[in-house]
Design a protein around this ligand. Structure first.
Ligand SMILES: Nc1nc2c(ncn2[C@@H]2O[C@H](COP(=O)(O)OP(=O)(O)OP(=O)(O)O)[C@@H](O)[C@H]2O)c(=O)[nH]1
Ligand SMILES: [Mg+2]
Length: 253
């Protein structure tokens, strides 16, 4: 059935409908601990403030070393495919993924950048204007985790301080298990806290956590963008001053 809220293009698929706030991966490194939409956003959505809505699209930039699996992660989410063969991204590429969040149409423009050094100057030209920066590393290659600091620094240089949500994502989870996985995750969580990033482990091969991860990205970006209606963005703190919710559920900034 076609949704009345998506007048342009085909309706969003059922698995792109986000009705309840998606949960974090680990509470140790997460951008906020609320399990529901912010009350101002919910109220705006209930009023269906769709006549003069805020921005309905957020730019997401995915960075990280070559071969860590950035393209694979995006393709698993957007096309539900996985390719075992490596085809280096040359420069940049992007996908637009449409959602319906709390009843309101919303899209992510997901930029896939090249990890190879020789393409870095092309890719970095596209960092500007990001609402979300995803720094990816390979869980089986600890050096790629160490390099995420530099990738983040480069991406942040092109954006206003405190204006982006940052995610640190460990890829290829299917290749690691048990104590080895726990050890790398612990290191990554530590780094994520330093970066003020939210941490996720995913597998593009099996699809584990991929949809949950992008739903979380979309919901956080949606709340912050003002897409729920006029005035909501000003009431929602910028990512640098995120809503912090203590475990008791009380919100603070
Ligand atoms: N086992 C496993 N392999 C993966 C996974 N994700 C990616 N790969 C493999 O890792 C290789 C690199 O993946 P890409 O997605 O092309 O890496 P990339 O980060 O986009 O690389 P650049 O475009 O050069 O920056 C490919 O051979 C993929 O099949 C995963 O979750 N599990
Ligand atoms: Mg690629």
């Amino acid at each position: 059935m076609r949704s009345s809220l998506t007048p342009l293009g085909p309706p969003v698929s059922r698995d792109r409908v986000i009705a309840t706030f998606p949960k974090w991966y680990t509470p140790e490194a997460c951008l906020q601990l609320r399990e529901h939409f912010h009350r101002q956003v919910s109220a705006a959505c209930q009023r269906r403030n769709t006549g003069t809505v805020g921005l309905r699209l957020s730019k997401v930039v995915v960075v990280g070393d070559l071969y860590v699996g950035k393209t694979s992660l995006i393709h698993r989410f957007c096309k539900n495919v996985f390719d075992r063969d490596y085809k280096a991204t040359i420069g940049v590429d992007f996908e637009i993924e449409r959602f319906e969040i709390a009843g309101i149409p919303y899209s992510l423009q997901i930029w896939d950048t090249a990890g190879q050094e020789k393409f870095k100057c092309i890719a970095s030209a596209y960092y500007r204007g990001a609402q979300v920066i995803i720094t990816a590393f390979d869980l089986t290659d600890v050096q790629t985790l160490e390099h995420t600091r530099q990738w983040l620094e480069d991406a942040l240089r092109e954006n206003e301080a405190g204006s982006c949500f940052i995610f640190l994502v460990g890829t290829k989870k299917d290749l690691l298990s048990g104590a080895a996985c726990e050890q790398v995750e612990a290191e990554a969580v530590h780094l994520a806290k330093e970066m003020q990033a939210e941490y996720w482990s995913v597998s593009a091969k099996t699809g584990e956590n991929v949809k949950a991860f992008f739903s979380r990205v979309a919901a956080l970006a949606f709340e912050q963008s003002g897409a729920a209606g006029p005035g909501e963005a000003e009431q929602c703190p910028a990512p640098g001053r995120r809503w912090r919710t203590n475990p008791s559920g009380r919100e603070s900034t």
